[in-house]
Design a protein around this ligand. Structure first.
Ligand code: UDX
Ligand code: ADP
Length: 462
């Protein structure tokens, strides 16, 4: 079968870029991205492409090319479901904050709501593609809801996990290593449903890059890939602490280790800790699934990756306090960066939030500059971390980095934005309280150069 109409439920970090690229590459397919969040949809439809709700390099160009030709953003969820022959579900699946599996399992209420909505509205056969990161066997739950509608509509459920990384999402979509499509391969009909999705990606990807598996392998592969990547970061971060108490330099260790072709050089950058919407959530999910099958050793093994990451964030904050003569009370500390990595405005699980929270508890005054994160986001991140409570601490969001650093006792680099390297560090140093401390949580600055300027420099694992 040939897909003519695609609907994507959820216009977020996953749905927005993925659908924009599909629309650009498949001009004969009409792609409608729907969301219940009216403001978000209005931003996607904004005439000013700088106002898109998501910042991703290259995204504005793709949206500009396809929008209102074969790419549409709308709040009419029912209308788009009705019209579509293929529906992607890419709504958010945060970690549960209540009840059974609290703090570990994925909250599937948004997915379930979607499934019920599709079941209620659909009056023709649909291919339903789960795109959100989901625990293994979610497809089975979707199937159960969709197959019991009793209105004679057939649903084929596919799993198509995303592997795009924020900041490089468009590039990953256009030139990714692979796409993974999980589906039931037992009947001719289900094979045809899978082929329909393969055909979409085949518009721009090579056949050998489109992997097909059964649904559960596909779901579990996504969690496994993220667990492996996060594990590399936790492994190098564990070594960074050992380097700091010896004479080793973690960047040298990483280079030496990464030149073994079996290990490879990527994802070996020691940092203040990994963040993002996927790593922690997916590992917690994996841990929860393992526990629910009674596989406690498996669960503990993967949980250690999270424990190490939490330790790394806390250690960074503690190091600042200890270095600043054991007190930061009333001292201004400037944060450069709030996003969980460069080239994104996403702050979910960003290390900056945790470090800020620890320092605010020590009564520090924090001023933050991030090139892409809006001030209200920083405040709501801290509120969210504190269980939604209004927090009254002093966190000032600045729109100018030099202002953020003025009169500060210390600067902490939390995100590796390229522009930070090019700042006038001499000027920054001149306007700080002395001694001026620089905590480089991303190892982006040159230690010798900074020390020559007069900074007391502390990198990670150096
Ligand atoms: C990740 C996966 O890479 C992607 O395939 C998946 O689909 C979604 O989750 P993302 O969370 O966008 O993508 O970012 P990623 O580039 O993986 O970085 C995650 C975190 O690890 C960031 O906070 C990053 O700064 C940190 N990191 C990464 C390190 O600290 N060191 C490294 O060497 C690499
Ligand atoms: P992700 O990183 O997984 O894309 P986001 O939070 O960026 O997550 O995006 C998910 C989007 O899904 C949000 O914009 C949210 O409003 C939307 N959403 C959640 N539930 C529904 C629903 N039932 N119908 C339509 N949109 C939904």
């Amino acid at each position: 079968m040939k897909v003519k109409n695609i609907c994507c439920i959820g216009a977020g970090y996953v749905g927005g870029p993925t659908m924009s690229v599909i629309a650009q590459k498949c001009p004969e397919v009409k792609v409608t991205v729907v969301d219940i969040n009216e403001e978000r949809i209005a931003q996607w439809n904004s005439d000013d492409l700088d106002d898109l709700p998501i910042y991703e390099p290259g995204l504005a160009e793709v949206v500009g090319e396809a929008r209102n030709k074969n790419l549409f953003f709308s709040t009419d969820v029912d209308g788009a479901i009705k019209e579509a022959d293929m529906i992607f579900i890419s709504v958010n699946t945060p970690t549960k904050t209540y009840g059974i599996g609290k703090g570990m399992a994925a909250d599937l209420k948004y997915i379930e709501l979607c499934a019920r909505q599709i079941a209620r509205v659909a009056d023709t056969d649909k291919i339903v593609v789960e795109k959100s990161t989901l625990p293994v066997r979610t497809a089975a739950a979707l199937k159960s809801i969709l197959h019991h509608t009793g209105n004679g509509v057939n649903f084929h459920i596919l799993s198509n996990p995303e592997f795009l990384a924020e900041g490089t999402a468009v590039q990953d979509l256009l030139d990714g290593d692979r796409v993974l499509i999980g589906g039931d391969q037992k009947t001719e009909e289900s094979k045809a449903a899978m082929q329909a999705l393969v055909d979409i990606y085949a518009h721009w990807m090579k056949p050998e890059q489109i992997l097909t598996t059964n649904v559960w392998s596909s779901e579990l592969s996504k969690l496994t890939a993220n667990a492996f990547l996060a594990q590399r970061v936790s492994s190098i971060n564990a070594m960074s602490e050992l380097c700091e108490v010896t004479d080793a330099d973690v960047s040298e260790v990483a280079r030496a280790v990464g030149s073994d072709s079996r290990i490879g050089p990527k994802f070996l950058k020691a940092s203040v800790g990994f963040g993002g919407s996927c790593f922690q959530k997916d590992i917690l999910n994996l841990v929860y699934i393992a526990k629910s099958y009674g596989l406690h050793e498996v669960a503990d093994y993967w949980e250690q990756v999270i424990i190490m990451n939490d330790h790394q964030k806390r250690r960074f904050a503690r190091n600042i306090v200890q270095t600043l003569f054991n007190t930061v009370s009333g001292k201004k500390i400037a944060f450069l960066g709030w996003a969980f990595k460069k080239d994104t405005n996403d702050t979910r699980e960003s290390a900056a939030i945790y470090v800020a929270n620890d320092l605010l508890e020590e009564k520090a005054e924090i001023s933050v500059f991030d090139p892409k994160v809006k001030p209200h986001q920083m405040h709501s991140d801290l509120e969210y971390l504190n269980g939604g409570d209004q927090y009254n601490e002093t966190l000032n969001a600045e729109t100018d980095p030099y202002e953020a650093c003025k009169d500060a006792h210390a600067i902490a680099i939390l995100t590796e934005w390229d522009e930070f390297v090019d700042y006038d560090w001499k000027k920054i140093h001149a306007n700080m309280k002395k001694p001026a401390f620089l905590f480089d949580g991303r190892n982006i600055l040159n230690r010798d150069k900074m020390e020559k300027l007069g900074f007391i420099y502390r990198g990670i694992g150096k």
